[in-house]
Design a protein around this ligand. Structure first.
Ligand code: SF4
Length: 368
């Protein structure tokens, strides 16, 4: 049986000497801590810092975020990925304004019922903003404790998580620094007890860590084998007209919601699918009021999301309907400046750069 109070003391001692100075570390405003926690999900600290500053400059309080348009929200988040986090954050903020007068609640039940706040984020906000003895257990913390306590079960299992949460609660119970325990665990997982080659020589728990004593840290944590990302063939059509390109905004729900893309069709990957590209793209352009012929393949690229892999082929297209090119449905003609300023969905940003240079070349050829 480990001495949890001593574990807490050792951890906090290490944290006080070794922690990084991060902008949210000095924050006491629950809204700002909430923003940082949402941004840090599945994203590296270094990548988050500039977004965090910029986001809070644009939306310094809940009211300003609640009133932001989808375009404003997207532009503050673009490049950080997993845009649904931003939409959920905004929805959660609106709920706090509507039901709690703008004060983020400090009970697990109430905060956990808000949009976009799962058990980890609830624990992080409650411990850091309100100094409550509420654990925040994410993949990093699971890794640290699976090694410290030598847990050989799959860490995704609920009893394992509950056991680790109970240990963190015990550690918090013996100190007035609950928020620092949460941050110190995150820091330990990020800097020392890292997935490969943990730096046990720098760890405050080396003397008591069972995995370190047995030298089998590399075997822990045990996880279910990850499913490989599902391959999806994506055909994208590029239609240029009078110095502009046709583009559409993706639906408000689902992957890359609300972001811009060039007209595309997704199909399950199969050899036959490539043969269908022209038919599929012609049908997609018809929905946008354009009769086109599909030219030879232009560029190809691959983009990997967490659960799917887009294998993209882009095709230049030519208009066949000679008169009237007003787009129908959700299509829009964008000029070079607009293309440069739009929030492009993942790999479409790269395609947008290609399209811009194509339009520039066209202008040069016409002597414009
Ligand atoms: Fe992780 Fe090594 Fe520390 Fe154990 S001693 S918790 S394996 S860094």
């Amino acid at each position: 049986m480990m001495d949890y109070l001593n574990l807490a003391r050792q951890l906090l001692g290490w944290y006080d000497c070794r922690r990084r100075e991060l902008p949210w570390r000095t924050e006491t405003d629950p809204y700002r801590i909430w923003v940082s926690e949402v941004m840090l999900q599945q994203t590296r600290v270094e990548a988050v810092i500039p977004y965090y500053h910029n986001f809070l400059r644009r939306f310094p309080d809940m009211r300003s975020l609640a009133e932001a348009t989808p375009e404003e929200l997207l532009s503050a988040w673009q490049g950080l990925g997993y845009y649904s986090r931003a939409r959920n954050l905004q929805q959660g903020v609106r709920e706090v304004l509507a039901h709690y007068g703008g004060n983020l609640p400090d009970s697990r039940d109430e905060i956990g019922a808000l949009s976009g706040i799962g058990p980890y984020t609830a624990g992080a906000i409650l411990s850091i903003a309100y100094n409550k003895a509420e654990p925040a257990v994410d993949g990093n913390v699971l890794r640290v404790f699976s090694r410290l306590l030598h847990i050989e079960e799959l860490v995704e299992r609920a009893p394992v998580r509950r056991r680790i949460e109970a240990v963190v609660r015990e550690m918090m119970a013996g100190t007035p620094r609950c928020g620092d325990i949460t941050q110190a665990l995150m820091e330990l997982g990020a800097l020392v007890c890292i997935p490969r080659n943990p730096r046990c020589g720098e760890c405050p728990w080396q003397g008591v860590c069972i995995a370190s004593q047995r030298s089998d840290q590399a075997l822990l944590p045990r996880r279910k084998a990850a499913e490989p990302p599902r391959k999806v063939a994506v055909f994208t059509g590029i239609l240029l007209q009078g110095g502009r390109a046709l583009a559409v905004r993706r639906p408000d729900r689902g992957l890359l919601a609300g972001m811009w893309e060039f007209p595309s069709v997704e199909t399950l990957d199969s050899p036959a699918a490539t043969l269908d590209a022209a038919d599929l793209l012609c049908a997609r352009f018809r929905e946008l009021g354009q009769e086109v012929s599909v030219q030879a393949e232009w560029h190809s690229l691959t983009h990997v999301f967490s659960h799917r892999q887009w294998q993209m082929k882009t095709f230049r297209c030519r208009r066949r309907n000679p008169t009237g090119c007003d787009p129908a449905g959700d299509g829009h003609w964008l000029d070079r400046e607009q293309i440069a300023s739009m929030n492009w969905a993942g790999p479409h940003r790269k395609i947008a750069a290609w399209v811009r240079s194509e339009l520039e070349q066209e202008m040069r050829e016409k002597g414009l």
